[in-house]
Design a protein around this ligand. Structure first.
Ligand code: DLL
Length: 442
C-alpha cells in the first residue's frame, strides 16, 4: 500500500493568526470591512444606491455586522439585469480578470477581480490546500476546467501561492489525465467529485490500481456529493478526499473549506459574512437550523456582492472545531431553493433549455432527464414535435435532434442528448409542469 505518512494532522495553517483568530478579532475585521464595503458600493454602484435609498437605509446606519440585516438582498437576477459590468464597484481599468457562470436564461453572469482580489483568492485556496496536509513538496494536478469557470484558475492560484508544483491539466481527456498523473507523480487531485469517480473507474479499466499512482489527497467540489461517494473515491484512488465550496458570484472555489476534522467547511470569515435565512420570510435562522445561505463579500474590490442569496440550503455552527480554526462551519449544501441542476460541474437551469427550444421555434413541451451512467452525469432532453417542427422520417428527426443538440451545447456548454417525441406525448400537469426527472442518487 502507498505510503500515507505525509497525511498531516491538526495544526496545518496557511495563515494561522487569521484562521485561529478570536471571535472578537473576527468581528472587529467584519465590522470594519462591512462598513467600508457599504460605503464603497453606495458611492460606486447604482443598484445598491437605489436599493438602499428605497429601503431608507443610510450608509451611516451600517456600523457593525449586526446591522447587516438592514441591507437589501441581492440575487442572480440582479446580475442579469446589470449585465455585464453594472455591479462592478471599480473602474474597468483596475479589473485584471473576468470569470463567468450560467445565468438562468441565455446570458452568462459576469464577475471581475482586481489584482488584490486575486491575491486574496490565492490565499484562501492555499488555506484549503494546507489544511488538508499539502505542502510545497506536493504536485497539484488541477483537473477543474480552466477558462471562464472559476474552478481551474482558482485552485491553480492557490497551488502557486503555496509554492507547490502546479500541473494545469484542465478537464477532459481521461486517458491523458491518467498518463500525466502516473508520469508526473501528481500527489493532489483537484476536480469535481463525479470526475474523480470516473477517473477511479478509468484507472481500473486501464488495468491500474491506486498503487500505480502517487495521489495522496483530493479536493472536490462544485457540485453535490455524498459521504458514500467520498468513501468510493477514497478507495478507488487510494486518497483522502476533501470538500470545497464556492460560487462564482462570491469568488469561486475556497469560500469555505474542509479541514482534517471533516465536520463541515470553514467559511473564510475575514472575507465573507455568512447568514442563514428562512427562504420564505428572509428572516435569519439560528445556528443548527436549515435555511438559505446568504453571503456578503467584505474585502472584495471589483465585485463585492452584499447579502447575496445563493439559493443553496445549509446549516452553520459556531461550535469550536478540534482543528483549532475559529471560522464558522457550514454544512455541505443540502439542496437548492431553485431548480438549478449541476451537470458534470456545469450549472444548468431548465429555463436555459426552454430558451433554446423557443428560439428554435419549438413549443415549450419538454422534459429533462438527468442520470448518472458509469459515474458521469447524462442529460437527455425530450421535446415534443408539433405542426411547425415535424418529421416522420428517421433522417428528418435525427437532423432536427442534432440541430437542437448543437444549440444546447453552444448555449449551456454541456452536451445533451435530444430526443424528439410525438406531439402531445409528454404528460400534461394540472399544477406545476414536471420538467426535471433527476435519477441520480445524490
Ligand atoms: O462551482 C465554484 C467551485 C469550483 C467550487 C470548484 C468548488 C470547486 P459555480 O459554477 O458558480 O461555482 O457554482 C456554484 O455550485 O451555489 C452550489 O450549488 C454548487 N457547489 C459548489 N461547491 C459545492 C460543494 C463553483 N462542495 C454552485 N458541494 C453553488 C455541493 C457545491 N455543491
Amino acid at each position: 500500500m502507498k505510503d500515507k505518512k505525509g497525511v498531516a494532522k491538526v495544526g496545518n495553517y496557511w495563515q494561522q493568526e487569521i484562521e485561529t483568530a478570536s471571535r472578537e478579532q473576527i468581528t472587529k475585521w467584519q465590522n470594519e470591512r462591512l462598513v467600508n464595503t457599504v460605503k464603497r458600493v453606495y458611492e460606486n454602484v447604482d443598484l445598491y444606491r437605489r436599493r438602499m435609498d428605497e429601503a431608507g437605509v443610510k450608509v451611516e446606519d451600517i456600523r457593525s455586522v449586526d446591522d447587516i440585516v438592514k441591507l437589501p438582498f441581492t440575487c442572480k437576477q440582479d446580475l442579469r439585469d446589470t449585465y455585464p459590468y453594472g455591479l462592478f464597484a471599480v473602474d474597468l481599468k483596475d479589473v485584471v480578470r473576468l470569470h463567468a457562470s450560467s445565468g438562468t436564461t441565455g446570458k452568462q453572469i459576469v464577475v471581475g477581480y482586481t489584482q488584490n482580489d486575486l491575491d486574496i483568492w490565492d490565499d484562501i485556496c492555499a488555506r484549503q490546500l494546507v489544511a488538508i496536509g499539502a505542502t510545497k513538496a506536493d504536485k497539484i494536478h488541477v483537473s477543474y476546467g480552466y477558462g471562464l469557470f472559476t474552478g481551474g484558475l482558482g485552485l491553480h492560484g492557490g497551488s502557486q501561492r503555496l509554492g507547490a508544483v502546479t500541473i494545469p491539466v484542465s478537464s477532459g481527456n481521461t486517458a491523458r489525465q491518467i498518463t500525466i498523473m502516473k508520469d508526473f507523480g501528481s500527489t493532489v487531485l483537484c476536480c469535481t467529485p463525479s470526475y474523480a469517480m470516473y477517473l477511479g473507474e478509468s484507472l481500473e479499466q486501464q488495468g491500474l490500481t491506486a498503487d500505480d499512482i502517487s495521489l495522496k489527497y483530493g479536493i472536490f467540489g462544485a457540485e453535490p456529493w455524498t459521504e458514500e461517494m467520498r468513501a468510493h473515491i477514497e478507495k478507488k484512488l487510494g486518497i483522502k478526499a476533501f470538500d470545497i465550496y464556492g460560487l462564482t458570484e462570491i469568488m469561486g472555489p475556497g469560500v469555505a473549506y474542509e479541514c482534517q476534522e471533516q465536520s463541515g467547511m470553514h467559511v473564510n470569515e475575514d472575507h465573507f459574512i455568512i447568514e442563514i435565512i428562512n427562504p420564505e420570510t428572509g428572516e435569519p435562522v439560528p445556528d443548527g437550523e436549515k435555511g438559505e445561505i446568504v453571503f456578503s463579500c467584505i474585502s472584495k474590490e471589483a465585485f463585492p456582492l452584499l447579502r447575496y442569496r445563493t439559493r443553496d440550503i445549509g446549516v452553520i455552527t459556531h461550535q469550536k472545531c478540534a482543528c483549532g480554526r475559529t471560522f464558522v462551519r457550514m454544512s455541505k449544501p443540502m439542496g437548492r431553493t431553485d431548480d438549478m441542476l449541476i451537470i458534470r460541474g456545469v450549472n444548468v437551469f431548465p429555463s436555459q433549455i426552454e430558451t433554446v427550444l423557443l428560439q428554435k421555434g419549438y413549443s415549450p413541451n419538454y422534459q429533462i432527464i438527468v442520470d448518472r451512467v458509469n459515474n458521469l452525469d447524462t442529460l437527455e432532453v425530450q421535446v415534443e414535435m408539433d405542426e411547425n417542427n415535424f418529421s416522420d422520417t428517421v433522417t428528418g428527426i435525427s437532423k432536427m435532434e442534432n440541430a437542437l443538440q448543437e444549440a444546447i451545447k453552444s448555449l449551456l456548454g454541456v452536451a445533451a442528448k435530444v430526443k424528439l417525441v410525438s406531439p402531445k406525448s409528454i404528460e400534461r400537469s394540472i399544477g406545476k409542469a414536471v420538467r426535471i426527472i433527476d435519477k441520480r442518487k445524490i
